[in-house]
Design a protein around this ligand. Structure first.
Ligand code: ADE
Length: 234
């Protein structure tokens, strides 16, 4: 998979993609991530990317020309990909949207800044607008890190077997079961006996019950959306 990210703060992103699972996926050639400076697509001495809003009002608006030049020059390289604008006005990211985006062979991610981006970018350049949640960031860069991480770890071969996505939260619409490691007792708090029992069937059932109970308590909205879990405890 190829991922291009366009930003006015390349260093903010570069470090985030140089560690852990993303780094390994890049090293293995599973994903090719390229970061591009939007200012390289300006044509004035000050490398201006924003301007005053028509109609007045507070704040600046990101100009359309650098965005069009940047994305069109990337598309000239072949595969047009899917252009995603990160903005609090976008569709809220969840695991099913991550899965859909992870199945694309190229994403071009646009990190908006300031109070907004000229509407023509939204209407005529991007394919989709995505928000990572109902809160406002100073810009799309932290959202790009979230999106890239979530998408890369779903690429075949990105995770080791120990990091399998099969049992993760949201993979089946439920939260994860509680996890413990040694010691069996810490400050008087004991690991549940069932996990020390060696009875794999019982452990499986206990974990499933914990998942359902935890989801019921913390995220009942997920239970409404998830598949039938009624057979899980049998
Ligand atoms: N830019 C600012 N806030 C954002 C959010 N919540 N999601 C994506 N991009 C953003």
């Amino acid at each position: 998979m190829r991922i291009d990210v366009v930003t006015i703060f390349p260093p903010l992103l570069a470090g985030a993609f140089e560690h852990s699972i993303i780094k390994r996926a890049r090293d293995r050639g599973i994903v090719d991530i390229q970061i591009h400076d939007l200012r390289d697509h300006t044509d004035d001495r000050h490398r201006t990317v924003d301007d005053y809003p028509y109609g007045g009002g507070a704040g600046m608006v990101m100009k359309p020309e650098p965005w069009f030049r940047a994305v069109e020059s990337l598309r000239d390289q072949g595969n047009p990909g899917r252009a995603i604008l990160l903005t609090p006005q976008g569709k809220r990211l969840d695991q099913s949207l991550v899965q859909r985006l992870a199945s694309e062979d190229r994403l071009i991610i646009l990190c908006g800044r300031y109070e907004g981006v000229d509407e023509r970018v939204r209407e005529h350049l991007v394919d989709e607008e995505v928000s990572i949640g109902d809160y406002v960031l100073s810009g799309g860069e932290p959202a790009a890190v979230v999106l890239v991480d979530a998408v890369v770890r779903l690429q075949p071969g990105a995770l080791g077997s120990a990091e399998s996505t099969v049992e993760e939260s949201f993979a089946d619409g439920l939260l994860e079961y509680p996890q413990y490691t040694r010691p069996p007792e810490f400050r008087g708090w004991r690991v549940p006996d069932i996990l020390l029992s060696g009875d794999h069937g019982a452990v499986e059932r206990w974990r499933r019950e914990q998942q359902i109970e935890r989801t019921r308590q913390r995220r009942p909205d997920l239970l409404d959306e998830s598949d039938d879990v009624s057979g899980a405890t049998t």
